[in-house]
Design a protein around this ligand. Structure first.
Ligand code: FAD
Length: 454
């Protein structure tokens, strides 16, 4: 049995901790069964955004007519689009692995780990023990129980970002951000997209007004089934047939590819964390305290596997706290999740921070709301953004910024100034009293803040 100071399982945000431990001169084991870099680099944020940029370029060409420019895309070189993303990613993953293998304090164990005893992991038949363990093993796509699904060639986001051929017809089950982003990617490049969503709104976790607008726009662009479920999947030639039940009615569609995007589950089961005494919640996510220490002595957890926010910037934030708390046991700091933002890189883009209006209502949080349409600003009108708006919620007396929700062009960038103000606990004055470049797009954020009233 190999005995080391620190063992880190998972090379997504876990690498931040292993790097810190190795820099301190400790002996470190890194356990990984996939490519280095984890979900974000290999099958998540990075490839999806590289592909989505291609879709955005296509949309710019398609919409050029609005600006008096006649343009037409001659062809889509699908293989080039996929290769551009994959080659770059694979190279980065390789470099990351090589860099870690070359470090004198790091031993890389390539294989699937599972706990066999307290702070003892088995990988490829070998046992590794460590005084301190960091579980950063992430999550994977969840697969709902659909009759017939096991007999059809369905995809998850793991495969959808590397398809060798562009499907002509793609059916997507689910209405969350992965569905929204991939519908945009495939749809803008010419695939006929059908979305099947259980509830009445896409992006149901967003502010309701924003989710409603997003759903309307997607209904204009794609074939969207709401309040629906797939009651049966079957093989249809080279593709997939789907029976869709909507309020008691059943319709059948056929697609060349079927993407299941119905959420993610933690990898705690594969890791058999119970064998090391780590407690999980009802959904399998690791229970950790405010310092990200688990109930088991010397075991920490971070990222998707603790299930607080399944986002890369959250996993990175948590990794920084774990690295601090592990090495400063007398000066531990609770993770500050205040103002955790997120963005959906669909078309339109969506970005959000803080509470949604329905949440403020449910929790009886006093608030005033301000809303402003992109098209009523100089820049919003010049780029013909007819659907975009910014909505702000603030406390009526203290002027605390409670939340901001943006749908429209560059939403992922516009949200940042509000995130910064919220993280610094500034009031709405930070936005209303500032000076904005005229006529730049951020004016729409300031105008929404200026419109705050009960
Ligand atoms: C399609 C898609 C798009 C996304 N886009 C965004 C985005 O735009 N912005 C954003 O913030 N987030 C995005 N995310 C989410 C983001 O990728 C994750 O929140 C983040 O990568 C989680 O990091 P992590 O370190 O917790 O886990 P991971 O990065 O998943 O790392 C876990 C690692 O552990 C390894 N592992 C698991 N089990 C074992 C085992 N038993 N033995 C050995 N190794 C194991 C895995 O191979 C993996 O490499 C996206 C996700 C997907 C799927």
């Amino acid at each position: 049995m190999k005995d080391l100071d620190v063992m880190v399982i998972g090379t997504g945000s876990g690498l931040e901790v292993s790097t810190e431990a190795a820099a301190r001169g400790l002996s470190v084991a890194i356990v990984e069964h996939g490519p280095f870099g984890g979900t974000c680099l290999n099958r998540g944020c990075i490839p999806s955004k590289m592909l989505i940029h291609c879709a955005n370029v296509m949309e710019t060409i398609q919409h050029a007519g609005q600006f008096g420019i006649k343009a037409r895309a001659e062809a889509v070189d699908w293989q080039f689009i996929i290769r551009r993303a994959s080659d770059q990613i694979d190279e980065e993953a390789r470099a990351l692995e090589e860099g870690n293998r070359g470090h004198p304090n790091i031993t890389v164990f390539k294989g699937t780990g599972r706990f066999v005893a307290e702070r003892t992991l088995e990988v490829n038949g070998e046992r590794i023990g460590a005084k301190t363990v960091v579980i950063a093993a992430g999550s994977r796509p969840s697969i709902p129980p659909i009759p017939g699904l096991d007999r059809v060639p369905y995809l998850t986001s793991d495969q959808a970002l590397r398809l060798p051929e562009q499907p002509q017809r793609l059916a997507i089950l689910g209405g969350g951000y992965i569905s929204a982003e991939l519908a945009h990617f495939f749809g803008a490049l010419g695939t006929q997209v059908t979305i099947i969503n259980r509830g009445p709104l896409l992006l149901r976790r967003e502010d309701e007004q924003l989710a409603r607008r997003f759903t309307e726009v997607y209904q204009r662009k794609f074939n969207v089934y709401l309040n629906s479920r797939v009651s049966r999947a079957y093989r249809e030639g080279e593709g997939v047939g789907l029976e869709i039940s909507t309020n008691g009615d059943t319709q059948t569609i056929v697609a060349d590819a079927f993407l299941v995007a119905t959420g993610r589950i933690p990898n705690t089961d594969l890791l058999e964390v119970a064998n090391t005494g780590v407690k999980t919640d009802g959904r399998g996510f690791i229970q950790a305290d405010e310092y990200l220490e688990t109930n088991a002595r010397g075991i920490w957890a971070l990222g998707d596997i603790v299930g607080r926010y399944l986002l890369k910037h959250s996993a990175n934030l948590e990794a920084a706290y774990v690295a601090h708390n592990m090495f400063n046991p007398d000066n531990k700091v609770a993770v500050d999740y205040h103002a955790m933002p997120h963005a959906v890189f669909a078309s339109p883009q969506v970005a959000s921070v803080g509470v949604a209006e329905q949440t403020a209502r449910e929790r009886s949080i006093p608030y005033v709301a301000g809303i402003y349409d992109y098209r009523d600003t100089a820049y919003g009108s010049s780029i013909e953004d007819r659907d975009g708006f910014v909505k702000v919620l603030a406390h009526p007396e203290t002027k605390e910024i409670l939340g901001c929700h943006i749908i429209g062009s560059e939403a992922s960038m516009l949200i940042q100034e509000v995130v910064n103000a919220m993280r610094m606990r500034l009031t709405t004055d930070a936005i209303t009293q500032s000076i904005y470049v005229h006529p730049a797009l951020p004016e729409v954020v300031q105008r929404a803040f200026g419109a705050l009233r009960s």
